[in-house]
Design a protein around this ligand. Structure first.
Ligand code: FES
Length: 119
């Protein structure tokens, strides 16, 4: 599947457990994603819960649970593993956040967004 690239300037400098949101398009629809550094590695996910298609962060850019061990949905509290996006607790348990391929280019992070047909 073809993809286009979204470059997030400076995201390569995120510190452990820091997150950063970004915007992208799926067809004509504007969407949000976020980048997270976890155990030294960077991950990029679509900012959308697997339970109900709503954003995970009600407080802007706050994605982690209180103990900072999981990504937590503000809706009904679902907990996702930061490194895999797997939901380990909550209504969508067993589902996975949509993740993106990424590539570091210096301090910038390139997120590869799959192209979807325009509606
Ligand atoms: S909307 Fe995320 S757990 Fe319900």
């Amino acid at each position: 599947m073809s993809a286009y690239e979204v470059v997030i300037a400076g995201a390569g400098r995120l510190q452990e457990l820091e997150t950063l949101k970004f915007e992208y398009r799926e067809g004509r629809r504007k969407r949000e994603g976020f980048v997270l550094r976890y155990q030294g590695d960077l991950y990029a996910y679509r900012n959308e819960c697997c339970h109900i298609p709503m954003t995970l962060d009600w407080v802007d850019n706050r994605f982690l649970s209180r103990d900072r061990r999981h990504i937590q949905c503000a809706g009904h509290g679902a907990l996702y593993e930061p490194g895999s996006g797997l939901c380990v607790w909550g209504p969508p348990a067993g589902s996975k956040l949509a993740g993106f391929e990424i590539e570091l280019r210096g301090d910038d992070l390139v997120v590869k967004i799959p192209r979807s047909p325009s509606p």
